[in-house]
Design a protein around this ligand. Structure first.
Ligand code: SRM
Ligand code: SF4
Length: 574
């Protein structure tokens, strides 16, 4: 392994997280002992860092913080658990397992994420082991769902072209498998597997791709199948665009250096869109991904975590440097990128018949939260469907759910359940809401500066009458909200976005590309609901009156001069 793995590009001291990883003995730390400690519901900071690699974060219920402080109680510590499945494809039995453990160990809800994973919230330390075991028994995993490694590999859930989906999904699974950490720590800690290493063997090479300190930061891969850019391929560290000719997958265009996170007011941090650098055949993709990951391993910034994502490695050294380094490591060269075209980044709802003659139903799930509420028994409905369904479930990159591969024979039964539980394809809502996403934020996310998931539906309710007035109820407009600038709902790519700044206050951005090809731009800073509505109303009315045929909202606001076009992340703050 290169020496660069041990030194930051600027030779500055490494961040403390690097020490924790290095001393962890391949992600073990003192986690096993910590979990046995019954005195507190929390775990120490160092172990919490390592816990992420195992798919979990320690959190506390922020709604209860003040009250517990007053009562001199420790915060209401609990754990978020992320369960990943490449491309978000799971069986009905796996769905039933998620449903069961959500009731048994978590807060009784399931959260479908923007990267096609599941999240559970509210798991207590004492139940973590049991929960992860049940996940593992159902052949799913939490390993590498978080942490400085390759995360859940996203892939277009494409219900239309079943064969292409099958092939692309296969590549997503292989990529995921190839880049999985190899440490046995996960089995030892959670599954009481055999201990294969002890601290004396710390030098043993267990991680052929990552090495003992893993990556400088998280790494993300997603595969889009044009014309759908639902995975927001340009937000990925490594984005793959499937090139399909005559119904057959012939290879992938490769995009590198995308990412969404930034810090408010810090121009050294910015969201970035990936750059397309070439094309390769399907069977070459594993090699390309592995070499890309090792370049980031060796050259990524290990001193300043805010500057450690792959996008900064590329922007600092230049795209030509990266291509040269990649070609060197591959020992062969990428071909010129092939033509492709994206039409949209959202989901297409309702029933469609796939090319394999099976049926697929895309269900609208507001902000990905699966739960039962008065008058809408979504969780129960999905449980009843899973009990009879013989196909699969596919989590979409927009926090929705596809009931996939329904046979003609089963369709009636599933339709009846959809009807009985009033499950919706979103047609009862405006197109704006069908194209909306919000991150989790409060009360569980420790980084949230403002509400997101809990507040966004209320804000949409207030925007929707403006659309009705302008005759735009059925106009697809991509709108997203996050509770902080980390960008978990990929807000920097939305046509309208709100990014939390403080309780009740948001920065408002306009002008992202409808197909996820362009970043948006700051329009108003630190505004509350009244000002949001006041600002949006005239723009929506203007768009209703003066949009050109087929012109998307994000393009219109640039043409009409509300915001300037952003061509790359470096222009984002200017
Ligand atoms: Fe995220 C951190 C939730 C997708 C960028 N993200 C977090 C944490 C774990 C907060 C923390 O570190 O303490 C959030 C947990 C909240 C909670 O209570 O559940 C969290 N991120 C989520 C999810 C659940 C949002 C959702 O509503 O679905 C998504 C889970 C994805 C998954 O299944 O793997 C999620 N996060 C994303 C995305 C979108 C994507 O990957 O397509 C991004 C932007 C893309 C990117 O990475 O550039 C994203 N999350 C971040 C960042 C900023 C990273 C950066 O480059 O600066 C953080 C903070 C960090 O890593 O320090 C973060
Ligand atoms: Fe938390 Fe911020 Fe991510 Fe929202 S965007 S889930 S507030 S880290």
């Amino acid at each position: 392994m290169s020496e660069n793995n041990l030194l930051s590009p600027n030779s500055a001291p490494h961040s403390d997280v690097e020490r924790i990883k290095r001393e962890s003995n391949y992600l073990r730390g003192t986690l096993a002992e910590t979990l046995e400690d019954r005195i507190t519901g929390s775990i120490p900071d160092d172990d919490n860092r390592l816990m992420k690699f195992h798919g979990s974060y320690m959190q506390d219920d922020r709604d209860l913080r003040n009250e517990r402080q007053k009562q001199k109680l420790e915060p209401a510590y609990q754990f978020m658990l992320r369960v990943r499945a490449p491309g978000g494809v799971v069986t009905p039995d796996q769905w039933l397992m998620m449903d069961r453990i959500a009731q048994k160990y978590a807060n009784g809800t399931i959260r479908l994420t923007t990267r096609q994973s599941f999240q559970l919230h509210g798991v207590l330390k004492w139940n973590m082991k049991k929960t992860i075991r049940e996940v593992n028994d159902a052949l799913l995993s939490t390993l590498a769902a978080c942490g400085d490694v390759n995360r859940n590999v996203m892939c277009n859930p494409n219900p239309y072209q079943s064969e292409v989906h099958g092939e692309v999904y296969e590549w997503a699974s292989r990529l995921s498998e190839h880049l999985n950490p190899r440490t046995r720590a996960y089995h030892e800690i959670w599954l009481d597997g055999e201990k294969v290493l002890d601290s004396r063997d710390n030098d043993t090479e267990e991680e052929p791709i990552y090495g003992p300190v893993y990556l400088p930061r998280k790494f993300k891969i997603g595969i889009a199948v044009p014309p759908s850019n639902d995975v927001d391929v340009f937000s990925q560290d490594l984005g793959l665009v499937a090139i399909v000719e005559e119904g057959k997958l012939i290879g992938f265009n490769i995009s590198v250096g995308g990412g969404m996170g930034m810090t408010h007011g810090d121009p050294n941090t910015y969201p970035q869109v990936g750059q397309v650098i070439g094309f390769c055949k399907p069977e070459q993709i594993i090699d390309v991904a592995e070499k890309t990951v090792t370049i980031q391993r060796d050259y990524g910034d290990r001193s300043v975590r805010k500057h450690a994502r792959f996008k900064y490695t590329i922007d600092d050294r230049g795209i030509d440097w990266f291509i040269g380094e990649l070609h060197n490591r591959l020992g062969w060269q990428l071909e010129a990128p092939r033509p492709y075209r994206f039409d949209h980044s959202g989901d297409r709802y309702g029933w469609v018949k796939g090319s394999n003659s099976k049926w697929h139903f895309t269900l609208f799930i507001q902000n990905g939260r699966v739960k039962d509420e008065d008058g809408y028994l979504l969780m129960t409905g999905l449980r009843e469907i899973a009990k009879v369904h013989t196909g699969d479930f596919r989590l979409t990159p927009n926090q929705n759910l596809i009931i996939g591969n329904v046979t003609a024979k089963k369709k009636k039964q599933i339709e009846a359940l959809i009807e009985e539980y009033g499950l919706t394809d979103g047609s009862r809502y405006t197109a704006l809401r069908r194209n909306s996403m919000a991150c989790v934020a409060l009360p569980t996310c420790g980084l949230a500066m403002a509400e997101s998931e809990r507040y966004f539906p209320t804000l949409l309710e207030k925007i929707e009458p403006m659309l009705a007035e302008a005759g735009l109820q059925n106009e697809d407009i991509v709108i997203r909200m996050t509770g902080c600038p980390n960008g978990c709902a990929r807000p920097a790519l939305a046509e309208i976005a709100f990014i939390g700044k403080a309780p009740g206050k948001y920065n408002m951005y306009l002008g992202g590309g409808f197909a996820g090809e362009r970043l948006n731009k700051l329009y108003k800073e630190n505004i509350g609901e009244a000002e949001i509505l006041e600002s949006l109303k005239p723009i929506i009315a203007h768009y209703g009156k003066e949009r050109k045929e087929g012109e998307h909202f994000g393009d219109f606001v640039i043409r009409a001069g509300y915001v300037k076009e952003v061509r790359s992340g470096q222009d984002f703050h200017s």
